[in-house]
Design a protein around this ligand. Structure first.
Ligand SMILES: [Zn+2]
Ligand SMILES: [Zn+2]
Length: 109
């Protein structure tokens, strides 16, 4: 083991430089493996310059349209569910209120 980074040929520019393993950092995919970074068997070992260039490229990648649509669909579905649950709670509260009022009215008779 060495303290300094491994010096070898960069996977991109092929220069002999200290290399760092590129690790993609993006949202997970709902449709499975769709982007080129995830599809890689092995992430490249890059020099700092290529590493930053790669990062830039990843950040600028718009992502897979199917995947984006799926993500949006889930967000919407979750919002809808939250709304339905809130509605059900409200309905239940109303029913409970009516039941309580009815019982009260019966007790008063
Ligand atoms: Zn390089
Ligand atoms: Zn990916």
């Amino acid at each position: 083991m060495t303290d300094h980074p491994l010096e070898a040929r960069c996977d991109h520019c092929k220069q002999l430089r200290p290399l760092f393993l590129y690790e993609p950092d993006h949202d997970f995919h709902l449709t499975g493996i769709t982007c080129e970074w995830c599809a890689r068997d092995k992430q490249p070992l890059l020099c700092t310059r290529c590493w930053s260039a790669e990062k830039q490229r990843e950040e600028n990648d718009p992502g897979d349209p199917t995947d984006n649509a799926m993500a949006e669909f889930f967000v919407r579905a979750c919002n809808n569910n939250a709304r339905i649950i809130a509605r059900q709670e409200a309905d239940k509260a109303t029913c409970d209120g009516i039941a309580a009022a009815t019982q009260q009215a019966e007790a008063d008779q």
